[in-house]
Design a protein around this ligand. Sequence first.
Ligand code: ADP
Length: 306
Amino acid sequence: MARKKHIDGPAPVAEAREVAPVERGGEKAWQAALRPRTFDEYIGQRDLIDNLRISVRAAREHGWPLDHFLFAGPPGLGKTTLAHVIAEELGVNLHVTSGPAIDHKGMLASLLTSLGERDALFIDEIHRLAPVVEENLYPAMEDFKFDLFIGDGPHAKAVTMQLPRFTLLGATTRMGLLSAPLLDRFGFHWQLRYYEQADMTAIVKRSAAITGIHIDEAGAHEIARRSRGTPRIANRLLRRVRDFAAVERDGRIDVDIAASALDRLAVDHAGLDALDRAYLSVICERFDGGPVGVEAVAASLSEERG
Ligand code: ADP
């Protein structure tokens, strides 16, 4: 896919209009438009990407189905993006759902029977699957089989359906909540890490190039360092800073406008917002550095425990 590059070129006033559909779609469409589509476009997490390249290549070249993979890590690090990249690199369809969305066995059955041979099924928040759904997923993952009961009471008949050889791609923010039997059925699981500064800067520059935002190296670095090693936060802050640059400057982002916009958005040099700072200062000052229980912190902040 051809991408526009404006890292060092003139401010792209006319081209900014070209990306209007992205602008109209809100935050979700903005993030989706910035999603890398191939391994080459996926920045950082090199060791994981190197492993995945091998598995995907073996599957493609030998016609093997890809094993089931699980990705764990905090929100915004690129787990959903990885599922899209893997499907793209495998040349198969990706079906996307989430743990809480599959609320009964029948829904899982219809999801699995709608898959094509070698398709990938992505289940986000997989730790939130209902137990009965999870139990029925085991034979599907292991033997590509699904047991259904047709009819009620004494006349009910057990039918075993043969499923296509699909690949399950799971994502979780809470690896510790995954049951051992489910974890065992993944051929590979990996904990994604927060991104390093250089990778974050590259992500900001890439996102700016795609959306026609002119940004210099120091401006990209400033947004990157306040994004807590998380690409989704970087993309969000880039969009906010872009607004300040467009209104108060000629649209170009440099370190000055990036720093002043982020200060005014109350995102400090460590990427902490006002609530984060209040939380830390309560622990530090009121509770002398802790330890302190979550209820006491919540009460001091006048916030919900969650
Ligand atoms: P998660 O599923 O872990 O919550 P996503 O895959 O939705 O995170 O990623 C959030 C956004 O961050 C994506 O829309 C994408 O634009 C960006 N992103 C994530 N990982 C990368 C990466 N490695 N390189 C470039 N951009 C990334």
